[in-house]
Design a binder for this molecule. Structure first.
Ligand SMILES: [Zn+2]
Length: 587
């Protein structure tokens, strides 16, 4: 048994999340956490909504609401969507809690005390009307190199050159069209080059990472620059230094505060558990493991910036929380596209999680993401392929096996039938299914979920073949042999259901009950309204009791357990859904 931290990327609270987002971090982290818990590990799975930064401020201004009103709205939407997918967070919280502010300020202070935060005066773009930092990508102008008139402040999309915003000819704000002012402004920088050697040595010890993630991370270390970690903005965590603490025009930059959320959410979870130090077992025990789940655009934050923060806080003199563990592995996925195009809310190339779950079952999406998601390559979601996978594999493969074995046993015996002498084929099938606990489990432990579910479905295919070969419906004259075949099939279904539980928890619970099981097989998260531990505001969190439920092991079915005629667990999708969904995309 080991302690396993599942640190899941923080969705940004400026709108509802689409299925591309949850395929990169949400579902894979849940499959992993569910498997590790079933295999006996002590898992802490944490995340929350990322709620600060200029994009939130800009969108709130555009809607005429405060940033807090905006993030309150989308925090709730995102909590409900992740709940609908059955993602088993021990705590899904948010970055606007009093606890998060304290932890962020503590880490900032610790890094500052150790000399890793340096003040610098730079030339920054400011919106003259608001006094706020205008980030590079919010500035547009004519490219000084190729003359393209919509170059961004960070790069020109026409000629591809990297730019600085003050190089643009006729720069203007993309928010309101005004001309930015370039003024001297004092900011704090994280001294990333100071960590280059330690980061490099750490990466050298990392076995088993996805090769593209490791390669990308190494390249980042070759070219480290100090990075600004404060902004001219009023929406964010205040800077905890004398002379800065009470200023309302300077805040800690959102990416610095958001990565600290993994730690602050663990601390919040511990404070809510009644043992405020419980988080230390996942962050300070050298044996504890930490896995970080995200899409590839966030690798830099997890393999460079977050480890630098952890190193700089922990030495030479550890801050008051004590020295903190580095990640065991950065588990990054690639991108999901939609019908060959990039997801885009503005161009309506999108399906939001909520809309998806209104029309389809959560497990149908979870299945698609596991078997065809962007685990180590960019992959494309198409409605035709979604329907095909659902109908041919989930319904015709797994669902049909469950349905025909249980319904035949229910009709002919009304219970799990007695077993006679087992033939060589019976024994061979039962052994093949039981071998799945090793083969599927090993793949899941190595984040090879696509191979793991493919292996589980291969075993389902073997059981289907056994069922067809033995043809119990032809054994009406030999009830004893019919009972034995159905017993073997039901035992195989029972074990296959366990193998599929991390991927398909909702249907696994139903199948458990169809087999006469009672109680919780696959525990589910719940939404709980809680009071902020420090400031009395209330907000919804996701949490759950995941100590209950199935273990990753063979369990013998019990003879004589009453069986009723089953209702179908999976829904077949009509051909018309493909056209309907494509029409929605283009409307
Ligand atoms: Zn250009």
């Amino acid at each position: 048994m080991s302690r396993v931290l599942a640190a899941v990327a923080w969705p940004y609270a400026n709108g509802p999340r689409h299925i591309g987002h949850v395929s990169g971090f949400g579902v894979p982290s849940d499959v992993f956490s569910r498997y590790m818990r079933m295999a006996g590990h002590d898992v802490l799975m944490v995340s929350g909504t990322d709620e600060h930064g200029t994009p939130i401020q800009v969108q709130a201004d555009a809607e005429g609401v405060t940033p807090r009103e905006l993030v309150d709205r989308y925090n709730r939407v995102i909590v409900e969507d992740l709940h609908g997918l059955g993602l088993s967070y021990d705590l899904f919280t948010r970055t606007t809690t009093g606890n998060h502010y304290q932890v962020v300020q503590e880490l900032f202070q610790g890094l500052h005390d150790n000399g890793y935060i340096i003040a610098k005066t730079t030339l920054g773009a400011i919106s003259p009307s608001t006094g706020r930092t205008l980030p590079d990508r919010y500035i547009e102008g004519t490219c000084p190199i190729c003359g393209y008139d919509s170059a961004r402040g960070d790069q020109c999309d026409n000629c591809g050159n990297q730019l600085d915003p003050d190089q643009l000819i006729n720069p203007r704000s993309k928010i309101n069209g005004e001309t930015p002012e370039f003024v001297e402004t004092e900011h704090f920088f994280l001294d990333l080059p100071a960590f280059a050697d330690q980061l490099s040595a750490w990466l050298d010890t990392r076995d088993g990472w996805r090769p593209n993630v490791l390669k990308f991370s190494r390249n980042l270390i070759d070219d480290l620059q100090p990075r600004a970690i404060t902004r001219d903005l009023e929406w964010g965590v205040p800077i905890p230094l004398d002379g800065w603490r009470d200023r309302d025009d300077k805040r800690i930059y959102v990416w610095f505060d958001a990565v600290i959320g993994y730690l602050s959410a663990s601390i919040e979870w511990a404070r809510r558990s009644g043992d405020p130090d419980a988080w230390r077992k996942w962050w300070q025990d050298p044996e504890a493991q930490g896995y970080y789940f995200m899409g590839k655009d966030n690798i830099v934050f997890h393999s460079v910036i977050w480890p630098s923060i952890l190193l700089g806080y922990s030495s030479p003199k550890a801050g008051s929380l004590g020295a903190l563990n580095l990640p065991t592995e950065v588990v990054s996925s690639e991108y999901l596209t939609m019908e060959g195009r990039k997801f885009s809310s503005s161009r309506r190339v999108v399906i939001y999680v909520r809309d998806f779950l209104e029309r389809y079952d959560a497990d149908a999406l979870r299945y698609f993401i596991a078997v065809a998601g962007p685990e180590s390559n960019d992959t494309d979601f198409t409605w035709a392929e979604f329907r095909r996978r659902n109908n041919d594999e989930l319904v015709a493969g797994w669902g049909n096996l469950v349905n025909r074995s249980i319904s035949m046993a229910a009709k002919n015996f009304g219970e799990i039938p007695a077993v006679g002498e087992l033939t060589a084929e019976d024994e061979r099938l039962l052994a093949a299914v039981r071998a799945g606990f090793d083969s599927v489990g090993q793949l899941l432990g190595k984040h090879r979920q696509k191979a793991a579910i493919t292996e589980a479905m291969r075993i389902v295919g073997e059981v289907n073949k056994y069922f067809s070969d033995q043809a119990p419906w032809k054994l009406k004259e030999d009830k004893a042999r019919m009972g034995t075949v159905l017993y073997v099939a039901l035992q195989a279904v029972r074990d296959c259901n366990t193998l599929l539980t991390p991927f398909l928890p909702h249907s696994a619970q139903k199948i458990h009950e169809l087999l006469g099981g009672t109680g919780v097989h696959a525990p589910m998260p719940e939404i709980v309204e809680v009071e902020d531990l420090d400031n009395g505001r209330t907000y919804p969190v996701l949490k759950g009791d995941y100590t209950v439920g199935a273990k990753w092991e063979h369990v013998a079915i019990e003879l004589g357990t009453p069986l009723a005629a089953p209702t179908p667990v999976f829904r077949k999708l009509d051909e018309s859904i493909v056209e309907e969904e494509l029409a929605r995309l283009q409307s």
